[in-house]
Design a protein around this ligand. Sequence first.
Ligand SMILES: Nc1ncnc2c1ncn2[C@@H]1O[C@H](COP(=O)(O)OP(=O)(O)OP(=O)(O)O)[C@@H](O)[C@H]1O
Ligand SMILES: [Mg+2]
Length: 244
Amino acid sequence: MVSKEEEFCSTGIKELDIQMGGGIPLGSTVLVVGSSGSGKTTLCMQFLINGAKRGERGVFFTITEPLFKLTKNFEGFEFYDKKLIESGMVNLIDLRIISERLGLDAEKYTVEDAGALLDILKDIAEELNVKRLVIDSITALCYRLQTKEMIRDFIFKLGTSLAAMKCTTFLTSEVPPRTFRYSQYEIEEFIADGIIFLGDVDRRGDLIRTLQLIKMRGTAHSRTKFAMSISSKRGIELTPLLKS
Ligand SMILES: Nc1ncnc2c1ncn2[C@@H]1O[C@H](COP(=O)(O)OP(=O)(O)OP(=O)(O)O)[C@@H](O)[C@H]1O
Ligand SMILES: [Mg+2]
């Protein structure tokens, strides 16, 4: 019999894992959707750090923030352990530097460029033997892919090869505030196996962060909206959102 630990990838965020009956099905591609400042990068980093603490290696590809800013921001969080970065359990890589080294155009990728980038991502994941991978953000990457077909092909191929390695992937998706959209190009959400939506609700003038599981293929999850807090001490935490 396969144990739950072998089937699921625990996010380490208790309420979220409970929602999915233990965690995300291994090898899933999950879209982490939210507007600016909704907590996408924090959720992804906490997912990687929690994995590393369980002995699962991870890689974080950033396109939107330079590495020095990313690490500086996370040093304020207690869950963040610099030693995990130094030991290579969590690898931080600037995707713009990779595409520069590949000689790719900074603005637009051809089909060949996209193929070269895909190969590099797969090689890095394989070489490091990662079980968790993040691209922050897939929106910025899709912007460089010129057609919906290229976007579909890129995410599908990336997801398929990472799934074969039982590597669970988080892709961040930037959407405008207070809209019921899950992706910029309306392709990403259909290819992803899961969608975690970060939003907010107004409670008497106070803007409360929320997290909702929209889909997670292979699990019978609820679609309960949780109140989400971000604190230096505990990072992201969820509590049921009480109806007023
Ligand atoms: N040390 C901290 N303690 C508590 N809250 C923090 C801390 N650091 C950041 N935050 C909160 O987290 C928010 C930013 O979260 P994050 O960077 O994960 O959002 P994001 O969705 O990735 O944003 P963007 O789309 O701009 O990249 C900040 O606006 C701040 O409110
Ligand atoms: Mg971010």
